[in-house]
Design a protein around this ligand. Sequence first.
Ligand SMILES: *Cc1c(COP(=O)(O)O)cnc(C)c1O
Length: 428
Amino acid sequence: MTFQNTHSFALQLDAADPLRAFRERFHIPAGPNGQPAIYCCGNSLGLLPKNARAAVEQEFRSWEERAVEGHFHGTSPWMHYHETLTDATARVVGAKPLEVVVMNNLTTNLHLLLISFYRPAGKRYKVLMEGGAFPSDQYALESQVKLHGYAPDDAIVELVPRPGEHTLRTQDIEARIAELGEELALVLLGGVNYYTGQAFDMAAITRAGHAAGAVVGFDLAHAAGNLVLHLHDWDVDFACWCTYKYLNSGPGGTSGVFVHERFAHQPDLPRLAGWWGHDPADRFQMKKGFRPMPGAAGWQLSNGQIFPMAIHRAALAVVEEAGGMPALRSKSEQLTGYLAFVLREAGLPANELEIITPENPAERGCQLSVLVHREGRALFDYLAAQGIVADWREPNVIRLAPVPLYNSFEEVWRIGQAFAQWANRSAR
Ligand SMILES: *Cc1c(COP(=O)(O)O)cnc(C)c1O
């Protein structure tokens, strides 16, 4: 589509947007002038879906009226509450229901999965990661390799872009995997890099990892609810994600886990065990001897966190009602494409402002990362004063993520106007 940098064109796109009504389903915070903010921070914390409060209220009522009986009675007995999330979760990540479970928090789940899937032996002990991965992932891997007696500097291999480039080329990732060969135990990448917004070719990376005899996992914090994923078909071994970013399920919300079907019936696969992962047929007999449930459910430790799950369930219902990930993605490609267009139109020269996120829509999701070579922090503050909520990443990147469920083309146009005003004001 050819875009135009005009208010009327943006309004036309909004009028033609099948998801336009979904904006009303979210609480949008007010900006400094009292008008709704232009919220482009869904990559960090998604907005509150209006249906979440009633979902939580229902569980308060159950607790209030039934107390312990709430585990077994009511509209959604807590004993089985996590199961009510399974089908929608499987659809969000392209998995079979057996392959997913919702539990805990992201970094906790990453550790649980690494216990099972980082099994270094002999000369095969290295882990391939993105250089500058999200700090929690770096710390998790660092501690895991130490747990096995290796030095992080030796065991963790980092991928870095070619000189003068900001993102990784798939062919370079594949080449590094092949080169590490028999030394490679695990490939662990983000599905979308949190800093650059680059979406990786997970199918190709998984193929390359498997060809080298390694296990392949993804942290989908920035990919779940953002991209159309096919974890099962891509043959990914394991993955985990948080639900508070593009899945709008609240601060510190619950997390999702994927374990490929081929591991579903391997009770002897090493893991950390807890009663909620045990065969439910005799879970309450409290007997010795852990027997994991088949599939991802066999990695559960504790009984479900009902309140975060209630929010997640409400948020997933909104995604489903909107037509699921293909519908979201279809608008998202256009919305982010329009953002890239209006930013280019703003008239800031490349030596001042550079979009480091790949230009190819297949290599990115919602987010554009804008590298500002001069006065970046001042520009960020200027945007904030205009009611544009973005986020700032040291040393000089502004991340903007227009989200298909609640952002409009008009908002994106207004972001472009703010950048253009900044360009003129700093014509200086
Ligand atoms: C957001 C994010 C996290 C956060 O981890 P929590 O355990 O949810 O605090 C971890 N890793 C990545 C890649 C992230 O983007």
